[in-house]
Design a protein around this ligand. Structure first.
Ligand code: ATP
Length: 240
């Protein structure tokens, strides 16, 4: 089966600093892949390359069987690549619902009336329906994280990229958020999730990819990856 995403020898440098160094991997449709690695390893850069916010210096990116290496971010979003950002930046003065409408209309290229029902449904699925009419600026951290995910879901992604969505949450909040991510995954959405909260990540993903200095140093089943000496050394000081 054609993978939904395929990176082939993708390389990206900022001056002398190479942050993606010949990165190659495939993601089968419907799979959840976790990406781990130390701060500065190039994880968010990888997302920017997949979404088209950055262009690689070399290599090829295929999405849904097509070469998208040079496709602009908007085109990739319209074709089903959705993402959340590490630091949620909703429109604070708009309501939660209005925030979703902005994502849905821009991310799908549709008028408001065509996305209203869908947005309400996304709010249900992300457990934000009760705060739908509140300004986003007044949300708790968990709700802001949920809104970040909901904004990505409002674009109706086939491939959802989550960037450190669990960071800063209490254990109970983290468990609640993981349940929502599991439900999205169970519906068949392919997920790539960058996360430092490993127990949350490993409770969802089928495969883990380890990035270090822009290089893929391991990819495989979470148990096997976490048992690797090299990975444990890289993660020294981080709870495994
Ligand atoms: N636009 C840019 N210009 C120059 N350097 C950049 C740029 N974006 C990222 N970098 C550098 O590239 C490296 C990788 O950054 P990136 O944000 O991808 O790492 P990360 O693995 O996501 O880290 P973290 O876990 O802290 O979020 C860092 O050294 C960063 O300073």
């Amino acid at each position: 089966m054609t993978p939904i995403l395929s990176l082939q020898n993708v390389t990206k440098s900022f001056g002398a600093l190479t942050v993606a160094d010949g990165v190659s991997f495939d993601v089968p449709k419907g799979q959840a892949l976790g990406i781990i690695g130390p701060n500065g390893a190039g994880k968010s850069t990888l997302f920017n390359l997949i979404t088209g916010n950055l262009s690689p210096n070399a290599g090829r990116i295929e999405y849904d069987g097509r070469d998208v290496t040079k496709a602009p971010p908007m085109q990739r979003c319209l074709s089903g690549i959705g993402r959340s950002f590490q630091i949620p930046q909703p429109f604070d003065r708009m309501t939660v619902f209005e925030n979703l409408l902005v994502s849905a209309t821009h991310g799908r290229g549709l008028p408001e009336r065509a996305v209203t029902d869908d947005c309400a449904e996304v709010l249900e699925r992300t457990e934000l329906i009760e705060v739908a009419n509140r300004p986003a600026g007044g949300l708790t951290l968990l709700q802001r994280k949920r809104l970040e995910m909901a904004r990505a879901m409002a674009t109706r992604p086939k491939l959802l990229l989550l960037d450190e969505i669990a960071g800063g949450l209490t254990e109970a909040e983290c468990v609640a958020l993981v349940e929502t991510i599991k439900a999205i995954h169970a519906e068949g959405v392919t997920i790539i999730w960058i996360e430092h909260v490993l127990h949350a990540l490993n409770s969802v993903v089928e495969r883990l990819l380890v990035l270090d200095f822009g290089k893929v140093i391991g990819i495989g089943a979470p148990d096997a990856i976490m048992a690797s000496k090299e990975v444990r050394e890289i993660y020294l000081g981080i709870e495994v």
